[in-house]
Design a protein around this ligand. Structure first.
Ligand code: BGC
Length: 743
């Protein structure tokens, strides 16, 4: 960049002046991030201790939090280092900080961007009150393979829902934005294709066609960029032969040049060094050249930028101006947060004391948990239960597992501050109800010693509540599974319980879709409750006993068997006349529970959709109107979903693709008419030359309560039109509320 001092703003001048005074080592230090471990005597900086800060060898830290620790570290940076440049404190705040909200996959089941924006805001308030400036969230990887453990961290299988929630999270972290002290800088991760590893194995190669990448995996990232995300983290995987940390075509050309992203690119943990393990760099020097060449600004943990960058500039292999551009981006982030004016502004003891785990954030956690549960099955209206049943038997190790309620990224959440399912049930029933708890079995081992005891107790109970699934540490990073059933001895326990003939309710706790056809067949009531956070037990009880009507819908398809994976609703037609020809000889092709599925204690019925026109031109909009009725006995919320199919096109199209959704609350007997507006962003496809265009022909629109709805209407587009530019990746429903940066 050619810098003309007189054309610069004061802020720009401040940065240029600083840059002019920095040594190459200090510049490389700004691009270096190290880990901090907590210890009883205070924070410990790995790789060099506090002296690294003193010598300006580090610009940001991962893992330091709390006002006391962050103040202490910041003090070294601003008082004892040569140029007094403040540190940036970074942390993974995925679904809450001290108050823990539902894991992202669960909260996606609420299909409620407003709710997600509010929970993210609450997390930002807490984390920023604990000294944190930047978070490694939102995690917006589309995931269609439940073997992959990190499916729990994202919003499921669909790019439209995923984009809506990505935008909600970026806005939630941002809040009013700087100088507001609760603004948390956000990071969209992991760019890109991380959610499609071969075999579902974490970190493994992803092999995606350009079309799949453009249509499915990239849209949430573009939506996040349009919504003003501050940073992007490349993924661990390789794509098309290029590890993402070396992927100039996608990082530099697509993200920065085509999409106009001006923020930070922060490497994933040790990923610069891992370029050697990927086999695209023989030496640390080569690894740094490749990553830096792909415009990765910050090296998380490997230490190689600090080690290699100064020499690369000195010997002319790297232009000083390229180094300066990356350093400038780091300094600008610190400046944006106001850290040059007051480096301690995020480390304020009074704010920390007032803002953690407040009654308001707990109430929000409960609301989010209530909305995130999905009632998968409810035969003969077994649920809700009466609160005054004489005897309830609760079984399953997970019922009593406070830690697992906190999910895969518990932040600073404390297990003892979280309500287990057992605690929630005990707190909700009448004083006359006896709640008996027997562990019975656990997901961890095959110990059957308590199964007979559980069987006996079930014979004596009015209803059995079995809390089954996975421990929180069975999904998440490096937690892939090759099977998708109930781990440990839980199936054996369930069989013994079902033998009693007593009504059995299963509450599932899990971080991924499970393949549980035997449950779907034999258990009369199944409530999917994922990992719901600090208020999990209370929220489960709210649903179980009918104080709250369940309303969540699956953001991801549940398979019948691992062999069906990957299975997702927006598949393509095959060339065969009937699905039977393209089926398995030993398994149905249909999912166990489709994307968008979820029951309520009431029933909703839909009138056929009506369209504003049956013929439109390619540049006109179409309004789809649908009336939904609460045809049952209770008030409830329904998530109305709209899907579109382009019936004949120059390239094959998904059998249906989500293009709109909304939550409606209806009293018994009440009806509401909803309008969905579709335009060329919805109709367009990428043709075989990857040009965006709307093509003429018939389209089918589906509106209903799940992706399997048959409620449909057709219309025709009469001409073709090229759609210029990239269009908006932000769903229309969120555009009206856009920040200035959105369009
Ligand atoms: C994960 C990232 C995370 C980072 C820092 C990595 O292993 O892949 O998602 O942000 O660690 O904790």
């Amino acid at each position: 960049m050619n810098v003309h001092a007189d054309s610069l703003t004061d802020k720009e001048q401040q940065i240029e002046q600083l840059l002019a005074r920095m040594t190459l080592e200090e510049k490389a230090g700004q691009l270096t991030q190290l880990v901090v471990q907590k210890s009883p005597t205070g924070p410990v900086v790995a790789n060099g201790g506090e002296d690294v800060i003193r010598h300006s060898g580090v610009g940001s830290l991962l893992g330091a939090s709390g006002v006391q620790d962050t103040r202490r570290l910041q003090q070294i940076a601003v008082e004892e280092s040569r140029l007094h440049i403040p540190l940036l404190f970074t942390e993974d705040v995925l679904h809450g900080f001290r108050t823990i909200f539902p894991v992202p996959l669960a909260e996606a089941a609420a299909w409620d961007p407003d709710l997600t924006q509010r929970t993210t805001r609450a997390a930002a308030v807490e984390a920023s009150a604990s000294g944190i400036h930047l978070t490694y969230a939102p995690m917006i990887d589309i995931a269609r393979d439940p073997r992959w453990g990190r499916v729990v961290e994202g919003s499921g299988e669909d790019p439209f829902l995923g984009s809506a929630l990505a935008v909600a999270r970026v806005r939630g972290f941002h809040g009013k934005g700087p100088p507001e002290v609760s603004t948390l800088l956000s990071t969209a991760k992991h760019f890109v294709g991380y959610g499609a590893p071969e075999g579902g194995r974490d970190y493994n190669t992803s092999d995606l066609s350009e079309r799949t990448l453009l249509e499915t995996y990239l849209p949430p990232f573009r939506a996040a960029v349009q919504a003003g995300v501050d940073a992007v983290m490349p993924a661990y995987n390789e794509l098309d032969g290029i590890p993402m940390h070396a992927n100039g075509p996608l990082l530099r050309e697509k993200l920065r040049e085509q999409w106009g992203f001006r923020g930070l690119i922060v490497s994933d943990f040790n990923s610069v060094r891992e370029l050697m393990l990927h086999g695209v760099a023989a030496t640390p020097t080569e690894a740094v050249k490749v990553a830096f060449g792909a415009t990765v600004d910050i090296d998380m943990v490997s230490g190689l930028y600090a080690q290699e960058l100064p020499a690369l500039v000195r010997n002319g292999q790297l232009a000083q101006s390229t180094l300066d551009s990356a350093v400038r981006r780091v300094l600008e982030a610190k400046q944006r947060l106001g850290l040059f004016d007051d480096p301690y502004r995020y480390s304020d003891a009074a704010r920390e004391k007032a803002n953690l785990l407040t009654p308001q954030s707990r109430a929000l956690a409960r609301e989010a948990a209530q909305k995130s549960m999905v009632l998968l099955k409810n035969e003969k209206a077994l649920l809700p239960l009466h609160k005054d049943l004489p005897k309830l038997l609760v079984v399953g190790a997970l019922a009593d597992d406070q830690r697992s309620t906190l999910g895969s990224w518990p932040g600073d959440g404390r297990a003892k501050e979280s309500i287990s399912v057992l605690q929630g049930i005990k707190g909700a029933v009448s004083s006359a109800t006896q709640v008996v708890y027997i562990q019975g079995a656990s997901p961890d081992d095959l110990d059957l010693s308590e199964i007979d005891k559980a069987h006996q107790a079930a014979l004596d109970a009015d209803v059995v509540i079995a809390v089954l699934g996975e421990r929180a540490n069975m999904s998440g990073e490096a937690r892939s599974r090759s099977s998708l059933g109930l781990p440990g001895a839980q199936d054996a326990l369930l069989s013994r319980l079902l033998e009693t003939g007593k009504p059995v309710v299963v509450i599932l706790m899990n971080g991924r879709p499970l393949a549980i056809p035997h449950l779907a067949e034999q258990v009369p009531a199944i409530l999917e409750s994922w990992f719901l956070g600090s208020e999990m037990g209370n929220a489960v009880a709210d649903i179980l006993f009918g104080d709250v009507n369940p309303s969540g819908k699956l953001p991801v398809t549940f398979p019948r068997a691992v062999g069906q994976v990957p299975i997702y609703y927006s598949q393509k037609h095959t060339g065969r006349q009937s699905n039977k020809d393209a089926a398995y000889i030993d398994q149905s092709v249909t999912p166990l529970y489709p994307f968008g599925h979820g029951l309520s204690y009431t029933t909703f019925t839909y009138d056929p959709p009506t369209l504003s026109a049956t013929q439109i031109t390619a540049t006109e909009t179409l309004t789809v109107q649908v009336t939904v009725h609460n045809s049952g006995q209770r008030e409830g919320e329904e998530i109305v979903q709209l899907y579109l199919h382009d019936n004949v096109a120059s390239v094959t199209r998904p059998v249906r693709a989500l293009r709109g959704f909304t939550r409606v609350r209806l009293k018994p007997g009440e009806a509401r008419t909803l309008d969905f507006v579709l335009d060329q962003d919805d109709f367009a496809l990428l043709d075989r030359y990857f040009l965006r265009r709307v093509e003429p022909g018939t389209f089918t629109v589906f509106v209903g309560g799940s992706s399997a709805t048959d409620n449909q209407a057709s219309f025709e587009i009469t001409n073709t039109a090229r759609v210029k530019g990239l269009g908006s990746a932000i769903p229309r429903m969120l555009r009206a509320l856009a920040n200035k940066t959105d369009e």
